[in-house]
Design a protein around this ligand. Sequence first.
Ligand SMILES: *Cc1c(COP(=O)(O)O)cnc(C)c1O
Length: 430
Amino acid sequence: MTDGPTYGFDTLQIHAGARPDPATGARQTPIYQTTAYVFRDADHAAALFNLQEVGYIYSRLTNPTVAVLQERIATLEGGVGAVCCSSGHAAQIMALFPLMGPGKNIIASTRLYGGTVTQFSQTIKRFGWECKFVDFDDLDAVRAAVDENTRAIFGEAIANPGGYIMDVRAVADVADEAGVPLIIDNTSATPYLCRPIEHGATLVVHSTTKYLTGNGTVTGGCVVDSGTFDWSANDKFPSLSQPEPAYHGLKFHETFGNLAFTFHGIAIGLRDLGMTMNPQAAHYTLMGTETLSLRMERHVENARKVAKWLEDDDRIDHVTYAGLESSPYFERVKTVCPKGAGALFTVAVKGGYDACIKLVNALEIFSHVANLGDTRSLIIHSASTTHRQLSAEQQEAAGAGPSVVRISIGTEDADDLIADLDQALSKAAS
Ligand SMILES: *Cc1c(COP(=O)(O)O)cnc(C)c1O
């Protein structure tokens, strides 16, 4: 199928990137379970290795099943290209790698997935990279944090877990002034609820482990490029604008234009870092994307019902869900993610830490797991698990203090979810 701009989201989530298998006519995308690809002849092989011709060499770099998923996610996000990788955390490193170097820094929102806070505050230091965490509602603070070594600004459209909605356009304007790309982690929103590129983002990263796959089966990640950033406007991004010694002095931006970031991601990132998505994982995620909009509609509808019921319950202190009128971000939802505020929120339980632990133990439909974005409803006490490595201040800033649980609402019957929470809250209060 040709991906014309006339097709709607529901059509593209099924067809984008896919075509009947040229060898067999197979309608569903085959799982190309192969490591290597036969070259037509020695000249063909040389052209591929010189990046003069696009094709398949070795599955650490490219694989036809993974390529379909890359094109599909790029299309759904409105980008020009995408690179899939082995996990969401791999996608974050793959997004930063071409931009960064020793002594360079990024500016990130204080409201992020717990694992990302750890990756950015601890692990990237070993590469000589630094991260400054700033409250993204304070645009002057974001502006003030930019210095001559800043190479990117990073935030989540719908931030996990605190029910925070980022004003993507406002931060994109700050990134533009600073001449650096804005990277948006769109995992919690998905392109069905939010399309960050339309709000000025340069790059979009995903943990495809979550809603894009949807059933809690495989880990994966993706980096989507908008194709809009001028990597040669200044000397900040030499990996993309300057000669690459590993390819006989080829300049990625000059040679590949708006696909420079994507080609660099494959030809350098996957080749040398090796954070490759395998074709089985791509298959599961392709299955998931086919029903993305249908699932997200139900996730949002259920989340609204359950969050409202919890907010009105005496045993609950408060609920941070941007889909509730009580949320300070209720108005922002209308511009950033007009189809809904997602299906993740935190609930502060009266009775604090102990009540949270009892609640988690007493639930029957909800699973106590470190995951989100599954068809199944999930719950976790962040302070004792995912956010355990964070300081008390970092936990509070991330909306993951000791008296809150994080809930990921699935696509079951909302009434059953409410009944389950009702019985478990009674046990937690006793
Ligand atoms: C899960 C998650 C990640 C990390 O993804 P993995 O696939 O687990 O590596 C990053 N950001 C967000 C918002 C997530 O939910």
